[in-house]
Design a protein around this ligand. Sequence first.
Ligand SMILES: NC(=O)c1ccc[n+]([C@@H]2O[C@H](COP(=O)([O-])OP(=O)(O)OC[C@H]3O[C@@H](n4cnc5c(N)ncnc54)[C@H](O)[C@@H]3O)[C@@H](O)[C@H]2O)c1
Length: 275
Amino acid sequence: MRYANKVAVVTGAGQGMGRAIAQRLMREGARVVAVDVNEANARETIAQAGGDSAGMARVCNIADSAAVKQLFAAVDEKYGRLDALVNNAGIGSARGDGFAKLMARMSERGKQLARGETPTVYPDITIDMEDEGWHGVLNVNLHGTFYCTREAVRLMVKHGIKGAIVNLSSTSALSGEGAPHYAASKAALVGMVRSMARELGPRGIRINNVMPGAVETPILKGVSQEWKNQMIAAIPLGRIAEPDDIASVVAFLASDEAAMITGADIVANGGSYFK
Ligand SMILES: NC(=O)c1ccc[n+]([C@@H]2O[C@H](COP(=O)([O-])OP(=O)(O)OC[C@H]3O[C@@H](n4cnc5c(N)ncnc54)[C@H](O)[C@@H]3O)[C@@H](O)[C@H]2O)c1
């Protein structure tokens, strides 16, 4: 019960890793505010963990700064404290980023390689990327993470709490796998965390990144089995992670057990890439 009497906000808690993280923290005693753009899914996360006594569901688009302010005001009103923020909400693709074309081209390129041919089809995602697609991913993964972090820090400082913040970055920030807008958004969190760790350390607030490799969640739905097989082949531990594999790392980092860890990027990828 590392989270007894503690309150945590988990964004993107309606499915995938966010749900696993929220439910892990609730099992360990936290009251969790499960935040998502999908209200029904956020409610289901709380309901599965025991309902109102376990926490509350809130609808919020983290890319909307004003909505994020309202969210944290509601947390303050309901619980009057905040011990942990998990910035988990993130997207891999946005309208206008040419992702569907990329998938089709990667599939065709894979077939050409499998036939032993010199490929004549290229990924070309940068060529196809429109402003809307680039900003769409950055708006959620980077700006939304900042908006939530700012409000969480304001609340922690207001109540004199030495809280912890954990971001879901990605191995793709280091390895360059994945699309450029996604990799850039996750790499930006490395700089943000290092700067904020220096700034917030004197107040006793810690902030860290977790960098998963591939994790079996709905975000991987658009990825072909062929591509998944290539991922598995590159993971020394031989499997794609389950959401709980990552939830346990987050629960450790946001707990007092990690009291001397701040500004770190904790890689949890089965060995697919070494930092
Ligand atoms: N699955 C992977 O392989 C993997 C690997 C490395 C990092 N990550 C990162 O981990 C995090 C969770 O990934 P996942 O696979 O569980 O994703 P997912 O797509 O399964 O779930 C993401 C959740 O976030 C919510 N969400 C999306 N945009 C939002 C917004 N603007 N405001 C509020 N909620 C929003 C969605 O509704 C969804 O419930 C993401 O940041 C992702 O980039 C995932």
